[in-house]
Design a protein around this ligand. Sequence first.
Ligand code: BGC
Length: 724
Amino acid sequence: MENFTSKLNEMTLEEKIKIIHAAGLFCNGGVERLGIPALRMSDGPNGVRQEFENDKWIPTGLAGDSVSYLPGNTCLASTWNPELAYYFGQVLGNEARGRGKDIILAPGINIKRTPLCGRNFEYFSEDPVLTGRLAVSLIQGIQDNDVAACVKHFALNNQEFDRTTVEVEVEEKTLHELYLSAFYAALTEGRSLSIMGAYNRYDGSYCCESKKLLQDILREQWHYDGVVISDWGAVHDTEEAALHGIDLEMSVTPDFDNYKMADPLYEKVKNGEIPESVIDEKVSRILNLMEKIRIGNPGRNPGSFNTHSHHRILNRIAEEGIVLLKNEKQHLPLNPEIDSKTPKRILVVGDNATRTHANGGGSAEIKALYEISPLLGICMVTGGNTECQWMPGYYVDNEGDIKGENLAGTLEIRDKGKMDKKQWEEEILPKRKQYLEEVLEAVPDYDEVIFIGGLNHSLDVEGADRPDMKLPYGQDDVISALADATDRLTVVLINGSPVEMPWIDRVHSLIQTSYCGMNGGYALARVLFGEINPSGKLPETYPLRLEDTPTSVYHSYPGEMGKDGHRHVTYSEKLMVGYRYYTSKEVPVLFPFGYGLSYTTFSCSNYHVVVRNMGHIGEFQLTLSCEIQNTGKYDGRETLQLYVGILEEGQPKMALKTFEKVSLSTTEKKEVALILTQKDFAVYSTEKKCFIAKSGTYMLYLGTSANDILYRTSIDLLQDYVLS
Ligand code: BGC
């Protein structure tokens, strides 16, 4: 076993400084003299990114760096399955190790505060419990492969618009209850060995220089002893970053010695402005991480990538991450053949049927070994007795329509983009019209029409938010026209964030998927044709209109420019984010949080609540149990969700506390037990700086979504309990 930590005493100041800043775009400096290798890092959430030149953002062009393309975190979150999150982490960690990496810059766990955030596709949910539970398992999966996870972005990086300068103003209670709690779980239960600071500002400082976030909360309140890495280029001031908690500075330019925590920090330590002990702490945390991931140990997991077992796991995640939102008249699953003598004719319409998504989105991009598009998946599943045709249906013009790659963040990114109105009307509109006419003419010749649209990584992208919640490229018109033209229409949307669906009442079959990874198209086809019974549930609310979302109602996005030159965004909706808001204010939504249908049906009965005291005063275990039965024709899975309502001013009507996904074959019946403890009733006390479960009455809601409540009851806590 290499003992790196003991080498600290032998290191010169120059050598220590090398360890705590980048010597390449994805590595720090090692100390060869002492046998300390550089740490090798890679993005990110969707798999291990391709190799770049050490000092340029230019891919090396290696043939050996194609990898498994994992489903996005939104897809994973839609599975509501912590076991799959662990396997997801296993694949990611194993591939990272296989590619020779030490730290994988994942998972991204920021709360989806507004549906417009360009990076939502990389994040899990609008809810911290769902996010935290899955992130914990995922991190454990990564780190079981001798690779460090790096949970990101700490904290409050909930919009891409002006992300590098925006100052977030949020009350402390909301900060802890909503925005920090998944991070807390990731570090304490998940034991993530590293964490990445965010670009944005909070409480008057950049997050990577924030005494409050990095010292007071992370180190002192949470006792975190892992490595804090800056986001790339998020450090602005040597002293603030060094003294307030960054251990390793990373950035995007090749002048590594000029980084704030390179030569400038060396000078400050040399002339006594910053004590060397501050540097020692950082170095020893990094050396400690190196020991934990067993660098230099001959028994270290060698990892592997692109294996069959990885692909099998990714298949399962994609299958369970697909959400059936509407299935009136039981139109789905589709039957691939009428009879083998008459080939069935299927018309597949839409750009997302043929588009692959791996190579987009920003730092989450992947050089995928392969990616099965939905059209290919459909052809693979239906086979030779079916005729499958594809037509675009709508015209995608990324030059004119979308300018999502503008990393400075702009709201002017869609539709007219850089093209002026006249040019747009002359060039784009006629093409849209033509594509629509062509498809409508073809529809009567087909037995089934499957529309596959949604967003793509021009809009679900790092560095820019969406300007609105609408489907781009005139898709609304195409879907409406198809719905008028045939009642054999199935709509599939692929997107990392909610979209408005003005045509919803006219469409009877609707499937929603996020980016589902390399086998996503195949998984989708298996769901469409009934080889897989869908069991995904939305990890975020689909509002009816952007105007209904809390950030619109409270005018709390994207903030305003302040006199100090920073954009300021005040989270004035406080805890009222996502379903917390819609359920509290009884705002109708398109599809609620936690919603998703199955090809089978379930019934629940025999609800019981049992409370057991656990020895110490105020400690208890509450078990809510019920019987659930599969009452339909297919084997399937249902997810029971337990919400708690804290009857206190400012608290939302309900907040998710635990959930359980249950597998049931046809007619099978199972007893399910959902367990809560005192911590699930606690709120943050700003005064005492800790969580307290206060005595009083609480509501319990058991449901299959935030709006589909099967059983409700109340419980009384008799004394206060202060969580340590
Ligand atoms: C992103 C991080 C990413 C880093 C390195 C930054 O722009 O915010 O999530 O890990 O780049 O690519």
